[in-house]
Structures are given as structure tokens and as C-alpha cells.
Design a protein around this ligand. Structure first.
Ligand code: ATP
Ligand code: MG
Ligand code: MG
Ligand code: MG
Length: 476
């Protein structure tokens, strides 16, 4: 069955509405109730206080299609974009939630019915994982649903693989926690990768589509866990991943929505090679950037705004790599509105604003991109044979003088099989901070003698990096 992403979203919400779930709108990418979080990165974020019992709602079951960004903080998939078939910086998470209402049996039953009954996915291509100690979930899959034992995988504390989770979820160091069960889809043996828990699980053959969390315990500060009086359920399924399966393609970037964005990107950049990895990155980035602006984030040098600026600059650099030296990124907003404007009318409403913000960023960065790339190429060219690491002071100079965030330089390095000296960069940053601090000390000391406008130190504007982002995560 070929189903468009928009039909899939609708079908999911309708199915759960039919199971007495309240359909709730996606919340903003800026978490309203959680200053420790940079972006909304899962469907449960807007319900956190409900799960904690600190907020009451007139319903105990909800379903959403939640816009999510994973480009900073705990969940950061920025480095995966362009490299895996299944990661985006922006994606939509379909979810169903039980607030002390149903638990494992119904949650597993709904997931299975939706996948195999409504979407008609072939059962033999589905695998599930359960938490190693969760016999209850194992038993439900094996005996109630009837999945053969060789396709139910118990996952314990598996920290080996890059994306592996240990199948035990927790909201924080204390508070609600519990085992997960996940559904995976086997895209076929012609694609590299192994089943979850195996050494090859980072490949794209077996793709996680649905993650179901059972909030079963409450963890105290001493580490002990007590059963929650009313256990809850939180689930998340990537819309783009399930769309890929339904459309018979093996990468999220091949679904209808992305193909159209990639074509628009190719046109704006001026290339015919639709398979270019950079086009995927650009198509991914126009979504995260546009939705971040829609939700009120503007490019800046700190916090969320700096993540936005970094993503915009990465997109521009990828266009530049394909030969486009003029502003192009802002033009993609039209194609995005065609794809997503119906589901997100606010995107269309703010189209002009998004475009002008992106254009301004493009114009600003264009001035230094060309020069910065030259410096970087020279630095790489003059590296000794066999050397793999770009020196920290080069990374710092690019950052400080040419506006290349370190992750952008790292992106270029990775394309060429190199890496950056992160600790050398951090050291250079630290020195810069010290200089800035002593300059600001000077400003303060002299402020009563000299006109402040003469002593104003303007070097701070570039002086922002992940440390500040992390401090937002911790401090709000
Ligand atoms: P993965 O292991 O593939 O990185 P995850 O375990 O980090 O996924 P969850 O946090 O469990 O993902 O999120 C729930 C669901 O959201 C996933 O099962 C997947 O379908 C989808 N998802 C997660 N991250 C992304 C992403 N970066 N892009 C697109 N879909 C995603
Ligand atoms: Mg992940
Ligand atoms: Mg996972
Ligand atoms: Mg998961």
C-alpha cells in the first residue's frame, strides 16, 4: 500500500482516537515546561508534568504527531544526518500515551494492530526487543501476539553499539522509569546491518520504528525503585521511517516528502545529481531551520539560536560544496510549505519571515565562507602525509574569524576522512574566554573614568559554543 506521509499521520491519529485517545496538537519545539531541555525531542515532552502527576488533564489517553528536533543536548542526531538512512535533525514523532490508564498488554496490542492490521506490514519482517528482565513484555509478544522466539530479542545493558539503548528508560536521575519494548523492521539482506543487540546493529537493515516505554517505577535519590501506583505508557514512532516502509523504499530520504525537497534543493543549488549526499543534508536542514523559526527561535550566538545558526551554516556550506556560491537556502521554504503547509498552517503564515531570516543569514555568512574554506583547504593541504587530525588552532581560527562553528569544520573533516582536534580547540576557546574576561574586567574598572561607548568590547559576539548551550541545558 502506498501511503503519503500526510495520510499516515492522519491514519495514526484516527486509529488512536478510535481507541478513546484524545487527539492533542503538537507542542512547540521550545519546551514550555522544561528549562533543562534545549528542544522538544519526543512526544512525551509536553506531557511530562502529567506523567509526574503534577498536572491534571481531562483525559487519561492521548495521541499526537509531535514535531521534534534532535540537534543538541542529550539527543543529538546532527552528525548522523547524511550518513544514516533514518536520522533527521527535525522529524515527526507519532505517539500514544496512557496516563495511569492502560499498560503493557493494551500498549503492545495497539502497536501490533496498527502496524499489521491497519498498515498491513508483513509480520515476518517485524522484530521486537524487550528489556532483558521484562518477562511480562516477553510473554505478551510471544504468547498473546504470537511472535516466534527467534524474533524477540532481550536487550540488557548493551552499551557497545553507537545507537544502542539499554531498553531501560528514565526521565532523569530520579523519577519515573521503566523498561522499553521496541519494534524493528527488516529492510532486507541486501542492506548492511544486523539485528538489535548484534555488533552490526548500527547499519540500516534493521530499523527501529516504534519505541514503547512502560513507566513502571519511581526511582529515589538513593537509587531504589518503587512500583508506581498508576503505571503509564509513552510511545514514539518516527513518521518518516514508517512512511519509508509503506512507500517501499529503504531510506527516509526516499519518501515522497524528501524527494520533493531534494528536487527543490537540486534546482536551487543548480545540480542534476539527485543522489548527492549534500542534497539530503540540505533537505533535512530546511525543515529543522524553518520549524525552529516558526516556533520563535532566531539565529543568534547562544543557546537555541546558536544551534539554529549552526544548522543554517552547515546547509549553506553543503550548497557551496555543490558549487552554489549565491544565496539559495531561503528559496526552499516554498517547497517545504507545499509539503508540510497543510499540516502546519503556521509555516505558511510565517513563510515570508522565515525566508528573510534565512536570506539574511546566508548573506552574512557568504562573506566569510569562501575565505574560510580556502583557509581550511590550505590547512588540510599542508598536513603531513598520513596525518588525520586538523589542529585545534585552525579550528579555532575558522570559528573566531570566519564564523565556522566547530561542528561545521568537523563536517568537512569527516567528508575527507579526517577529524578535528577537539581538545586543542577547547583550549584555544578557553584562552579566548580568559582574554575576554580580562578585557571585560578592564571595561568595568575603567567605566567610571572613560565613556563606556569607547571601551565597549565587541569581541563577545563570536564567543559562544556548546558550553553555553550545555549551560542552558543544565541551568535553564
Ligand atoms: P535510533 O536508535 O534509531 O537512533 P532512538 O532509539 O534514538 O532511535 P527514540 O528516542 O526511541 O529513538 O524515539 C522514538 C522513535 O522516533 C524511534 O523509534 C524512531 O522511529 C524515531 N526517531 C528517533 N530519532 C529520529 C531521528 N533523528 N530522525 C527520525 N526519526 C527518529
Ligand atoms: Mg537515536
Ligand atoms: Mg534506539
Ligand atoms: Mg528508541
Amino acid at each position: 500500500m502506498i501511503m503519503k506521509s500526510s495520510e499516515l499521520r492522519q491514519s495514526f491519529l484516527e486509529y488512536f482516537a478510535g481507541q478513546q485517545h484524545q487527539v492533542v496538537d503538537s507542542s512547540s519545539l521550545i519546551p514550555g515546561n522544561d528549562p533543562t531541555l534545549l528542544f522538544t525531542n519526543a512526544g512525551m515532552v509536553q506531557f511530562k508534568d502529567v506523567f509526574l502527576g503534577q498536572e491534571q488533564r481531562p483525559y487519561t489517553r492521548a495521541t499526537t504527531s509531535q514535531r521534534c528536533v534532535r540537534a543538541g543536548g542529550k539527543h543529538n542526531d546532527l552528525e548522523n544526518v547524511g550518513y544514516t538512512a533514518r536520522h533527521h535533525t527535525f522529524f515527526e514523532m507519532l505517539g500514544n500515551f496512557s496516563f495511569g490508564d492502560y499498560f503493557k498488554e493494551e500498549a503492545i496490542g495497539y502497536a501490533w494492530e496498527f502496524l499489521t492490521g491497519i498498515l498491513k506490514l508483513p509480520k515476518e519482517k517485524l522484530l521486537v526487543t524487550v528489556y532483558a528482565e521484562d518477562d511480562e513484555a516477553y510473554d505478551l509478544w510471544a504468547n498473546k501476539i504470537g511472535i516466534p522466539a527467534d524474533r524477540i530479542i532481550r536487550i540488557g545493558d548493551n552499551k557497545g553499539a553507537r545507537y544502542a539503548s539499554d531498553n531501560f528508560w528514565q526521565m532523569g536521575d530520579t523519577g519515573p522509569c521503566g523498561p522499553c519494548t521496541e519494534v524493528f523492521y527488516d529492510h532486507g539482506e541486501h542492506i548492511w546491518g544486523g539485528p538489535p543487540g548484534s555488533p552490526e546493529e548500527d547499519g540500516d537493515r534493521f530499523i527501529e520504528i516504534w519505541n514503547v516505554v512502560f513507566m513502571q517505577f519511581n526511582r529515589s535519590a538513593d537509587g531504589s525503585m518503587a512500583p508506581l501506583p498508576k503505571p503509564s505508557v509513552d510511545t514514539g514512532m518516527g513518521l518518516e521511517r514508517i512512511a519509508a516502509i509503506l512507500q517501499g523504499v529503504h531510506s527516509n530520504y526516499e519518501i515522497d516528502l524528501f524527494q520533493n525537497l531534494i528536487q527543490a534543493a537540486a534546482k536551487a543549488v543548480g545540480t542534476d545529481d539527485l543522489s548527492a549526499q549534500s542534497l539530503r543534508v540540505i533537505a533535512d536542514h530546511i525543515r529543522s531551520c524553518s520549524f525552529m523559526i516558526t516556533d520563535g527561535i532566531v539565529p543568534s550566538n547562544e543557546g537555541r539560536g546558536y544551534v539554529l545558526r549552526r544548522i543554517i551554516r552547515r546547509a549553506i556550506r553543503h550548497g557551496h560544496k555543490l558549487g552554489q556560491k549565491e544565496a539559495f537556502f531561503n528559496q526552499l521554504i516554498g517547497a517545504l510549505c507545499l509539503e508540510m503547509g497543510e499540516a502546519y498552517p503556521e509555516l505558511v503564515k510565517l513563510k515570508g519571515r522565515i525566508q528573510s531570516i534565512l536570506l539574511k543569514e546566508e548573506e552574512q555568512f557568504a562573506k566569510t565562507l569562501e575565505q574560510g574554506m580556502r583557509i581550511l583547504d590550505e590547512a588540510i593541504g599542508s598536513m603531513e602525509d598520513g596525518a588525520k587530525t586538523i589542529a585545534g588552532d585552525v579550528v579555532f581560527k575558522l570559528y573566531d574569524t570566519y564564523g565556522f562553528p566547530a561542528d561545521l569544520t568537523n563536517d568537512v573533516a569527516r567528508e575527507r576522512g579526517l577529524e578535528i582536534d577537539e581538545s586543542g580547540f577547547e583550549l584555544a576557546m578557553e584562552k579566548q574566554r580568559k582574554r575576554a574576561r580580562s578585557a571585560s574586567q578592564f571595561t568595568m574598572d575603567m567605566s567610571n573614568v572613560i565613556d563606556a561607548s569607547e571601551t565597549e568590547f565587541t569581541g563577545y559576539s563570536n564567543l559562544v559554543d556548546d558550553c553555553i548551550i550545555e549551560s542552558i541545558l543544565v541551568n535553564g
